[in-house]
Design a protein around this ligand. Sequence first.
Ligand SMILES: Nc1ncnc2c1ncn2[C@@H]1O[C@H](COP(=O)(O)OP(=O)(O)OP(=O)(O)O)[C@@H](O)[C@H]1O
Ligand SMILES: [Mg+2]
Length: 261
Amino acid sequence: MSPVLNLSSVTVRRGRKLLLDDVDFRIEDGERWVILGPNGAGKTTLLQIAAARMFPTAGSAEILGETLGGVDVFELRPRIGLCSNSVAHTLPGRETSLNVVVTAAYGVTGRWREEYERQDERRAFQLLNDWGVGTVFDRPFATLSEGERKRVQIARALMTDPELLLLDEPGAGLDLAGREALVARTAALVQGAFAPATVLVTHHLEEIPPGFTHVLLLRDGQVVSAGPLAETLTSENLSTTFDMPLELTEREGRYSAFMKS
Ligand SMILES: Nc1ncnc2c1ncn2[C@@H]1O[C@H](COP(=O)(O)OP(=O)(O)OP(=O)(O)O)[C@@H](O)[C@H]1O
Ligand SMILES: [Mg+2]
């Protein structure tokens, strides 16, 4: 079986800046990856490539068995769920939350073109309920709080029942209880029988849901370390990645890190 994602020597250049520099990253079916790294490390850029929203300047990207550049991205994108601020900006604020979710099924961001089946609406409503935002289904997206918007976006990312789920800082803006609910729901989601391969970008180790299997550490567009979480998420690797002496702690499958005193 081909890997879910196979990035080989991927470089992304903008002017003289290398956003990604010779990155290799391979995800096999059933793996759940966390990506960590400082602001500007290239995490969102990496997800943009994995989501078939951006092409590498050099190197090759295989996504769900298709080679980026040799496939119609509009056929590929519905197979990938992406929750990212880079998508949020393209969602029309006057659309209701329900429509923001339901339109994902058609790879469009507005409701004006398609007729939707009641079945799709029921699924969208169920997803909003699952993520704790069922009550705002008829509210314009622009009027939602930041945390509510995040949850609607996760529901949207799941609408097409994707084979690859990419979550870029889904916990940003969530309150403490919201974060814990997100961690619990994500943990339950990835441990389900038909769970998609999942990649989670976060700045907070507390947001790593139990059940995540691998970690990729990025710095200045380069991979510092990548591999199974138990071996790769270490104080030493974190200290190198963030250029600061850090101490990792783990308790019952949850992580945090502080500067070494
Ligand atoms: N068009 C561009 N031209 C030059 N630099 C760019 C361009 N687009 C992005 N960058 C830079 O590329 C780097 C990587 O950006 P990216 O959004 O991938 O970082 P990130 O790891 O997601 O950061 P954050 O944690 O802040 O979200 C940043 O330094 C950004 O300023
Ligand atoms: Mg980012």
